[in-house]
Every structure is written in structure tokens, then in C-alpha cells.
Design a protein around this ligand. Structure first.
Ligand code: ADP
Ligand code: MG
Length: 237
């Protein structure tokens, strides 16, 4: 099925130039602390992520994983510390997404009045100001099993289907850093495995850095590095 009728195509995603070895770290997090109502959620969180590196964060429910991803993405204030993305500081709490960062969060934020296709295309329109879709469109839509859902409204989708729409929407913007909060949380085992494979494959092809929050030990082992958030500290065993 032709899913991108009438739309131009930009050059293939597989033509991304190789990485410069001496390039800056993608993300440097230093001494980050978050306090809610007099209680430290986490303290002195520091790590560096290089371009195209993938890392997983595991931790008990309530340990502050989502809050940490929000903070890294500039959507949450912190009490102390710094976040530098591609050499530029991220100021928390400005409530605007940052150019180059892709977000797959647990709140889907789909626009109810737009179809699935329009929801997926919307950030691309904003980003490129054209109706062009990248060549990876068909592969992503197909792998996520969204072909037959493109003309539906998000309210007519299950939770797992909405989660796949969010993943497609984010991957198609080809971010430099992808923040994914339990992206397979609403999916069955087989679909979850397929989605994880797509996420990791896309990151490899696009040299995208990935911070993956997951409860799955199996998925966490598929990233280059593993980190654990426990007792308010982020450890790398
Ligand atoms: N705005 C807030 N005010 C007070 N406490 C909050 C706020 N946001 C999150 N929390 C608390 O921080 C803790 C960690 O939340 P969260 O980051 O969602 O953890 P996780 O993703 O690891 O399950 C929870 O106990 C939650 O109640
Ligand atoms: Mg969470």
C-alpha cells in the first residue's frame, strides 16, 4: 500500500555520514539533583553519553526514572547540576521540546482531532516546514504495523496502538538523542521485541543516542551500557 501518496521524499536515512571520532560528547549530565517537598528524589546524578551510544536505565517504580528523563529533556526543573546537550546547556522547566531531542514518553499527547497519519506527520511539518516525508516512512510504519491505522482517529486506538504511533512520530523526526520512557510498556511481548529492534536499529543507522528507561532486563541488555537508579543514585555497575 502506498502510504505517502502525493508527498515528496527526502534523501534516504541510510545516507547519514559516518561519525567524526573527535566530536563532542552528545550529552553531559553533571551533579544533577531533584527534590520534591523536602525529599531528595535523586542526588548528584552524573553521566556522559557519546553520539550514537545507547544506555538503559532500570529502577523500581517511583525511583524517579521518568522525572530524570523529563529533566534531561529540559521539561523539568532541577535543584542543582547541569545538562549540556551538543555543547549547549539545557535549562530545565521551559516546557518546550529541544531541537534534536526525540521524546517517547508515557503520556502519548496525540492530537485527538487529527488522524494517525496527521499526528505522525505533524512534528515533521513543524520541523521541515514542508510536506516531505523521509524515506524511512514506509519501513517505520510497516515495522510498527500502522499501515491499516493511518486514517483512524487516536481515540479509536488501543493503548498499545497509540504507543506505536508515538514511536513512529518520534523516530521520523530523526532525533540526535532519543529519550524513551518504557516505550514497550503497553505492548505484548512479540510487538515489544519488534519495537525494541526497530528503536535500536534506527539509533544505529542514524547515529542517534538513546536513553531507554525499561523494566525489561532482556531489553536493558541490548543497549551499549546499563545504569540503575536506586536509593536516589544513578549507578553504572
Ligand atoms: N510534581 C511532583 N511533586 C511531588 N512529587 C512528585 C512530582 N512528580 C513526581 N513526584 C514523585 O516522584 C517520585 C518518582 O516519580 P517518577 O519519576 O514518575 O518515578 P518512576 O518513573 O521511576 O516510576 C514518585 O514518588 C512521585 O510521586
Ligand atoms: Mg516512570
Amino acid at each position: 500500500m502506498q502510504v505517502s501518496d502525493g508527498l515528496d521524499k527526502t534523501p534516504s536515512w541510510k545516507t547519514v555520514p559516518p561519525l567524526q571520532k573527535e566530536s563532542l560528547p552528545l550529552l553531559v549530565v553533571q551533579g544533577l539533583s531533584k527534590r520534591f517537598e523536602g525529599h531528595d528524589l535523586w542526588k548528584n546524578v552524573s553521566f556522559t553519553l557519546h553520539a550514537s551510544e545507547t544506555v538503559s536505565i532500570c529502577g523500581a517504580s517511583g525511583s524517579g526514572k521518568s522525572t530524570l528523563l523529563f529533566a534531561i529533556g529540559g521539561l523539568e526543573t532541577v535543584q542543582s547540576g547541569s545538562i549540556v546537550f551538543q555543547g549547549k546547556p539545557i535549562i530545565g522547566g521551559e516546557n518546550a521540546s529541544i531541537q534534536g531531542i526525540g521524546y517517547i514518553f508515557q503520556q502519548y499527547h496525540l492530537i485527538e482531532e487529527l488522524t494517525v497519519r496527521e499526528n505522525i506527520q505533524y512534528p515533521l511539518w513543524v520541523q521541515t516546514r514542508t510536506r516531505a516525508v523521509p524515506n524511512c516512512w514506509e519501513e517505520i510504519i510497516e515495522t510498527l504495523g500502522l499501515e491499516s491505522l493511518l486514517d483512524r482517529l487516536p481515540t479509536h486506538l488501543s493503548g498499545g496502538e497509540q504507543q506505536r504511533v508515538v514511536i513512529a512520530r518520534t523516530l521520523l523526526t530523526q532525533p540526535t538523542l532519543l529519550l524513551a520512557d518504557e516505550p514497550t510498556g503497553s505492548l505484548d511481548e512479540a510487538t515489544g521485541a519488534r519495537v525494541m529492534e526497530l528503536l535500536l536499529q534506527t539509533c544505529r543507522l542514524m547515529h542517534t543516542g538513546l536513553i531507554l528507561v525499561t523494566h525489561s532486563v532482556a531489553f536493558s541488555k541490548q543497549t551499549d551500557r546499563q545504569m540503575i537508579l536506586k536509593g536516589g543514585s544513578l549507578h553504572e555497575p
